[in-house]
Design a protein around this ligand. Structure first.
Ligand code: ADP
Ligand code: MG
Length: 708
């Protein structure tokens, strides 16, 4: 049968049903195209004769070992203590071979020294001499050398199941052979995926050449060019996809026009706003305001570090909606947080005369019905709540603005439901306290308008962050005593509720017992996600009213909780948490005017990466700096706050944490913007290739761009 990119991999020679099933399960590879787009993670130089190999510069090889694919004969097999040695010979010379701890080396002794074999292996040096350790053989008659002869050996990421299915010892050769067959069979008929003019203007190489050379580089230069072409293409389609959606959104979506701002907004500013807004808050409100009068539907992401004052921005935006005769809602990811929004917003608007209610999973039936009816008749102005807001039974008379707090906590589908609460979609203000580096925002949120609050309210003292190993517990206890004596309160966060056999981490139960023993005179309590919401609420109320002095908790308090009197955040097993999570947790203190502390407790043995994470925390308080560091340490894709963005960044080669790739990203983005400026709907025949490739790449994606 003829094989092309869409062919099932099982039809490739050497694959078959069993291997195909494993490829699908382990690597999600089902078609030949999937296989060709599964790129090697490393290349090492590949030599075909012993003489050539002797030219390899071991002192200058960046720890990469050269690989050989030699053709020749095996001689002088002899057992050494726990080892087996032999000599391999080809037309150009000889090289020693060595096996360690072979269970059974009889096959080696039985090898016929006049028979030609193909040998694969990695070359190492021993006492300054070259040797090959544990090579792998094929009789020449069993091995059809692939038609593609590369100067590199490619290495592919694998899993234990794949190793078993292909070859324990020689996975990369076996896998590479399959890829070689795929290249040979399918590349000639593969269609170019970038328009001719794009390739030309950007000095790229063609698709065939790039795919062929990424797996089997013919030269170092070609390998570079292939990587460049593939990165370009990855970024190109990512950007075309999100920027095109932005164009569509602006073209299509009408938005309510909120021109009036006389009544509530004015009164609020004049009479009730308890502080002056920071310049950053003012700037952001102007951006929101200009969206709200533009006639286009707003879809704005408001980024601002913890404590930067997003709530009041959400409130003022809601008041604008109300002044124009519309309703607003604010959706938060947890009940604790929703309740807190209710408290702080009710306090701010106490005598303003607007009607605000809370709807969560635990709202009683009777109250729920009451809320439903006041929503539909329009007497309810702002509805605050959790996921309960998006239930079908919740119908607004006229929803004009939906605020989504900690937006990354919500699934895309949930956000879409909120969006559909009106025939004409409401304006959307998504808020996030997880700052995202600019390059990442460009690739993930390219379709959103982004506002940033990059300034904290005045008179905040930077939080002092310390890192102690578990054996320095007494220093932590000293700080706790000192702060409680001053009348302050303490958080202690644990990664686990109960002891775990598998994980060597501090847990809340043990921590509670220890705390009670250490501090018998303090009131200590705990809160965790498995408790009923009434219980949680009860505890939070007691903590707010200072009845509880030390609150032990799992990460349920991570988002948004506001208790300004708490001045110490102790994080147990801090090695367990990611950077942005640590930053979020730390943001629970430092909310008052007094000095606060964050104490990271960890075990003594830390990996380098973990140690740098904790170091960064002690060095900076700046959420954007932390986000950049997070991107560097973890790479994109894994970052909290992006996994549910709905726009997958499926970069295989591009690493947007690397400065070079960031530069490429900006270039490609400019280029894509020009294309869309000239041809916003990609109707030109020159761009046909783009449209069909987009369809292929994003066929399974719903148009999430309409929501944040
Ligand atoms: P976040 O951005 O984390 O949601 P909040 O909106 O909860 O932050 O605000 C944190 C605290 O700062 C609140 O107690 C709030 O009243 C206060 N705050 C907000 N804006 C200002 C300001 N301009 N000046 C002084 N305090 C402010
Ligand atoms: Mg908040």
């Amino acid at each position: 049968m003829s094989i092309n990119l869409q062919t099932d991999v099982k039809y490739l020679q050497t694959v078959g049903d069993r291997r195909a099933a494993v490829l699908k399960k382990e690597l999600n590879i089902s078609t030949v195209s999937d296989l060709l787009y599964y790129f090697p993670f490393r290349h090492s130089e590949l030599f075909y004769t012993i003489k050539d190999l002797k030219k390899f510069d071991f002192n200058n090889s960046d720890n990469k070992v050269p690989t050989v694919q030699l053709q020749g004969t095996i001689h002088s097999v002899q057992p050494l203590y726990e080892r087996t040695a032999a000599i391999f010979q080809d037309e150009t010379g000889t090289i020693p071979l060595m096996w360690f701890k072979l269970h059974d080396d009889s096959w080696l002794h039985n090898i016929n020294p006049s028979e030609t074999h193909v040998l694969f292996g990695e070359v190492t040096t021993f006492n300054g001499k070259l040797q090959i350790v544990s090579p792998f053989f094929r009789e020449i008659s069993n091995y059809k050398l692939s038609n593609i002869k590369s100067i590199f050996q490619s290495y592919y990421h694998s899993t234990s199941k794949l190793y078993r299915q292909f070859s324990q010892k020689n996975f990369h050769y076996e896998f590479g052979r399959m890829v070689a067959i795929a290249c040979y069979e399918a590349l000639p008929s593969a269609k170019e995926t970038l328009p001719e003019y794009v390739i030309e203007k950007n000095n790229l190489i063609g698709l065939h050449k790039a795919l062929g050379n990424i797996h089997f580089p013919q030269s170092e230069e070609l390998l570079k060019q292939s990587v460049c072409r593939i990165k370009f293409e990855e970024i190109f389609y990512n950007q075309i996809n999100i920027l095109r959606q932005k164009v569509n959104r602006h073209e299509k979506k009408e938005g309510f026009v909120f021109e009036k701002r006389d009544n509530f907004v004015k009164t609020f500013y004049k009479k009730f706003l308890p502080f002056s807004l920071t310049n950053a808050q003012i700037k952001v409100l102007q951006e929101i305001r200009s969206d709200l009068i533009s006639g286009k539907q707003m879809n704005r992401l408001l980024q601002g570090d913890v404590g930067s004052g997003k709530t009041v921005v959400a409130l003022i935006s809601s008041l604008i909606a109300i002044d124009n005769g519309y309703q607003a809602c604010i959706m938060a990811p947890t009940e604790v947080l929703a309740r807190q929004h209710l408290t702080s917003i009710s306090k701010l608007t106490q005598n303003l005369g607007i009607n605000i209610r809370l709807l969560t999973g635990s709202t009683k039936n009777k109250e729920r019905k009451d809320i439903h009816s006041s929503l539909t008749e329009g007497s309810l102005h702002i509805l605050i709540g959790t996921h309960a807001l998006i239930e079908d039974a919740v119908q607004f008379q006229n929803l004009g603005l939906a605020v989504i707090d900690e937006q990354h906590r919500f699934g895309v589908a949930q956000r879409a439901k909120l969006y559909a609460k009106n025939i004409q979609p409401p304006h959307i203000l998504a808020m996030s306290a997880t700052p995202i580096p600019r390059t990442l925002a460009m690739t993930v949120y390219g379709d959103l308008d982004v506002s940033v609050i990059d300034e904290l309210p005045p008179n905040r003292k930077p939080i002092e962050t310390k890192h102690f190993f578990d054996n320095k517990r007494s220093e932590t206890e000293e700080i706790i005593v000192k702060e409680i004596t001053k009348g302050h309160q303490i958080y202690v966060v644990f990664p686990l509720i109960q002891e775990s056999e598998k994980l060597d981490l501090k847990n809340l139960e043990d921590g509670y017992n220890t705390m009670c023993q250490t501090f018998p005179n303090y009131t200590i309590s705990y809160i965790h996600g498995k408790m009923k919401s009434v219980e949680k609420e009860n505890i939070m109320t007691k903590f707010k009213s200072r009845e509880i002095q030390i609150l032990l908790s799992t990460t349920v308090i991570e988002v948004g909780v506001d208790v300004p009197n708490a001045s110490v955040m102790v994080i147990e097993s801090a090695q367990r948490f990611g950077l942005s999570q640590l930053h979020q947790l730390r943001g629970r203190v430092g909310r008052g005017a007094e000095q606060s502390y964050c104490i990271l407790m960890s075990k003594f043995e830390l990996s380098n990466k973990t140690a740098s994470r904790l170091d960064i925390m002690t060095q900076t308080d700046d959420g954007f700096k932390i986000a950049d560091a997070d991107l560097m340490l973890r790479g994109p894709g894994m970052l909290e706050g992006t996994t549910q963005s709905g726009t997958p960044i499926d970069f295989q080669l591009t690493n947007i944490a690397s400065p070079q790739d960031q530069k490429l990203l900006v270039e490609v983005r400019d280029f894509v913007n020009k294309i869309l400026d000239n041809d916003p709907l990609l109707k030109s025949p020159f761009n046909e290739v783009i449209v069909s490739r987009l369809k292929q790449l994003y066929q399974n994606l719903i148009d999430w761009s309409v929501i944040s």
